[in-house]
Design a protein around this ligand. Sequence first.
Ligand SMILES: *Cc1c(COP(=O)(O)O)cnc(C)c1O
Length: 404
Amino acid sequence: MLDLKKIRADFPILKRQVNGKPLVYFDNAATSQTPQQVIDVIVDYYSNYNANIHRGVHTLSQEATDKYEAARHTIQKHFNAAHAHEIIYTSGTTHSINLVASGFSSLLQKGDEIIVSALEHHSNIVPWQMLCEKTGAILKVIPMNQDGELVMTEYDKLLNENTKLVFVNHISNALGTINPIEEIIEKAHQVGAAVLIDGAQACPHVKPDVQALDVDFYVASAHKMCGPTGVGMLYGKETWLNKLPPYQGGGEMIAEVSFTKTTYAGLPHKFEAGTPNICGGIAFGAAIDYMNAIGFDAIAKYEHELLEYATKALLEIEGLKIYGTAKNKTSVVSFNLEGIHPYDVGTILDKLGIAVRTGHHCAQPIMEYFKIPGTVRASFAFYNTKEEIDTLVSGVKKAKMMLS
Ligand SMILES: *Cc1c(COP(=O)(O)O)cnc(C)c1O
């Protein structure tokens, strides 16, 4: 059982008022809130040991380097990677995906096939389209059904000896669907294809084990799991990271530079050109420690309760339709009121202090599938409560009255 009172006290922002009402923060799928324990780490960095890493012999630089590398080990342990150098710091999921997509442009040929799913965030679609334009590879799409689940029999048909890469999100940010990534990975490997899993939306809810999954690449952002924005990670199997060329040239990623030839640094530095988000990396580690102290089993169980509670209460509102009714889903409820634009609902909810997301959630193909302009999306975290859901439900009722 979670101690909600104690947990909520960790998040200073939850004491805020918005438009004269207590904040109800239900936009967790866009970014999570930050506990005092992580804020303290950020303040400590800038107050006590702000310095550039890896290069300095002075004390501050050593301290910053030690903490930054210790956080890499925290991330490694959390995702159960075999080696710390298989964890590459990035600015987030989008950067991680672009790094891999860019690397594959030297490994793919015309006629090769790569597979994406219909449930993806734009950041897991556009880089691959750019890759196809560059290489002549062909992009195929695993379709979804009315519940927002991937049609796995269609996936089977797409796989063949030309398939080189499959990239699917672990959990859909727009609908909350948990995808069967174990099966997706196993079947891709049977035809010799590599797999990248976009874990941006999964990592706030579950603790992935990259070795048990046998996944080739797994990517995430710190800011969706209680960490700061502008930092994230790419896990890659050592063999794959050695095969990919560097993404950016610059300082930190070289072994030796002359004007005739430059040799690259080993992993992970080969992919970490320039001064990174040092404080962000250290705070990412602190965020992982914070979430593990609460416990992912307890988090998942409680969030599931919130999901069931909200689903039931919202469906009692006449004319409300929920998009994304997969059997396996996390605490995301995407919905619309009949005949009312989601933006208008969101605006009224904001007046009541309730933060939800409205729009296409960077997943326009999903909206196109349902033939809607967007949805209202309420996404719950472990620090939310059933009372807050009651506030949402009465807010939606009020919006319906005002707008219909
Ligand atoms: C948020 C999100 C992204 C993008 O993450 P950034 O931190 O903005 O790079 C990608 N995929 C999914 C599923 C997401 O939820």
